[in-house]
Design a protein around this ligand. Structure first.
Ligand code: AMP
Ligand code: ZN
Length: 112
């Protein structure tokens, strides 16, 4: 989608700090981090929300990517939080499916 910020990042039309990339998924640093480590795990293909993605293999890859990043960053034992905000009341602001990966401080309560 031409007016979607994450599509533009996937197509390298705008810059982002990309930490990992596969054929289907990319990991970038959140531009407005809410924790010392705040990554976004994003499918390259455009899905508006989690509700629009029936590709269970891809959804599984998002989780596997979270685990891989946790291992690589040495955060697996310390802990982290993954979140998929979905639609308006879920707090979604960018309507291209993405998973937040947050770590590096105690994340207390529902959203820390
Ligand atoms: P959400 O509220 O779940 O839709 O989260 C959207 C996230 O995308 C927010 O945490 C933003 O800080 C982040 N974000 C928006 N634009 C960019 C960008 N160009 N590069 C990296 N992160 C972004
Ligand atoms: Zn998109």
């Amino acid at each position: 989608m031409s007016d979607c910020v994450f599509c533009m990042i996937a197509e390298k039309k705008i810059k982002a700090e990309i930490l990992a990339e596969t054929e289907k998924v990319m990991v970038i640093k959140d531009i407005n981090p809410q924790s010392p480590t705040h990554l976004l795990i994003i499918p390259k293909k455009h899905y508006r929300t989690l509700m629009d993605c029936e590709d269970n293999e891809l959804l599984s890859e998002l989780l596997q990517t979270a685990r891989k990043m946790a291992r690589e960053l040495g955060l697996g034992d310390r802990g982290f939080r993954i979140v998929i905000n979905t639609n308006e009341e879920g707090g979604q602001t960018v309507f291209h499916l993405h998973m937040h990966f947050m770590a590096g401080r105690p994340l207390l309560g529902r959203m820390g």
